[in-house]
Design a protein around this ligand. Structure first.
Ligand SMILES: NC(=O)c1ccc[n+]([C@@H]2O[C@H](COP(=O)([O-])OP(=O)(O)OC[C@H]3O[C@@H](n4cnc5c(N)ncnc54)[C@H](OP(=O)(O)O)[C@@H]3O)[C@@H](O)[C@H]2O)c1
Length: 324
């Protein structure tokens, strides 16, 4: 089969297209003919050996796929050959076939096309877990989303609106903010040209924001936390800027606020029942077209290193997808 391989750690340009043997599933695994693979920031980290999971070399990046099951191991019962599925493989998705543990494979209705199905799990899964399970976002509250036109950011904008919040989207360019507006953002802040704190103060009439969704970290994190409302919740989602922020402890004290960690991958492992309920809800909203990913660009397998480079270069709005 054809696959994009990481043979040495480095930036996307080091990835190579090659032919490798098609893997076979063991007893609790399934073999998936990959139709599409969602592109996510962790893919950029994993090829540089900077991610929590460290597969041994050589490996193919690509953490979430959609496709058709072509073989199942002896112990697999909840899916069968021919099923349309999405799967959280972690890596291995930039390839024509991938084997995945069966508990990480979920059936999807054929009404949802492979391209959109391939971008369901990471972004909506993370953002819904963050807003629902970690922030307990309530109708009428104000939600600030940083990096709002990125994968998890744009999903948080859409889900925040659906959950009844007033959404403030913040991003680095007006073009990105235009996409956020299209997805329902009530207010937008361009943090390259505007003062984040002053704008939040004005928009919220001095009250501050109830929930902050932060997938970027870096220098804006403290400014955002200083703009939190009484009993606010600051969601630590990721550090796309490459800098993990640290905060003076008096800031949460003064606002009776919480700094809340979000680790969706671990949540899905440790709390599979709740994770499945979330996934079922997200699929329902997708079928009803209440949520729909903004697809930035569809790349071929050969172009998949470019998809990762576009993510590094902050060029992607919403989701990049590799079609196999
Ligand atoms: N905690 C979890 O469970 C979980 C799950 C999934 C993802 N994540 C993390 O969430 C973060 C975002 O993931 P994603 O897939 O949404 O990424 P993405 O689509 O690339 O979006 C990241 C956004 O971050 C902003 N950004 C600021 N500085 C950047 C830089 N130096 N390089 C790249 N982007 C930069 C960009 O927006 P502007 O240009 O507008 O600033 C970009 O749109 C990553 O750190 C990822 O590891 C965490």
């Amino acid at each position: 089969m054809k696959a994009i391989l990481c043979t040495e750690y480095g930036l996307p340009e080091t990835l190579v297209l090659t032919n490798t043997p098609t893997p076979a599933p063991s007893a609790d695994e399934v073999l998936i003919e990959v139709k599409a693979c969602g592109v996510n920031f962790p893919d950029v980290l994993i090829i540089q050996n900077k991610y929590q999971f460290k597969p041994s070399l050589p490996f193919s990046p690509g953490g979430e796929v959609s496709g058709i099951i072509t073989a199942v191991g002896d112990k697999v019962t909840h899916v069968k050959v021919g099923d349309h599925v999405v799967a959280l493989c972690g890596w291995g998705g930039f390839a024509e076939y991938v084997v995945v543990k069966s508990n990480r494979v979920f059936k999807v209705p054929s009404a949802i096309d492979f391209i959109h199905a391939a971008c369901t799990l990471y972004t909506y899964g993370t953002s819904y877990h963050a807003l629902r399970d970690r922030a307990d976002l309530k109708q009428g509250e104000t939600l600030l989303v940083l990096g709002a036109a990125g994968g998890v950011g744009l999903a948080a904008v859409e889900l925040g609106k659906l959950m009844g919040a007033t959404v403030i989207a913040a991003a680095s360019t007006d073009d990105k903010l235009f996409v956020c507006k299209e997805k329902g953002a009530d207010h937008v802040i361009n943090y390259s040209t505007e003062d984040l704190r002053a704008r939040i103060k004005k928009i919220t009439h001095d009250k501050g924001v109830d929930v902050i969704f932060d997938p970027i970290g870096g220098g804006l994190a403290e400014a955002a936390l200083r703009s939190i409302a009484w009993r606010g919740r600051y969601l630590v989602v990721g550090f796309a800027t490459g800098t993990i922020p640290s905060f003076p402890a008096n800031l949460p004290l003064l606002k009776g606020a919480s700094i809340v960690g979000v680790f969706w991958g671990s949540f899905a492992e440790r709390e599979p029942k709740q994770s499945m309920q979330n996934f079922t809800q997200l699929l329902t909203w997708m079928k009803e077209e209440k949520i729909k990913q903004h697809i930035h660009q569809i790349y071929s397998l050969e172009e998949s290193p470019q998809a990762l480079q576009d993510l590094v270069d902050r060029k992607v709005y919403g989701k990049a997808v590799v079609k196999i």
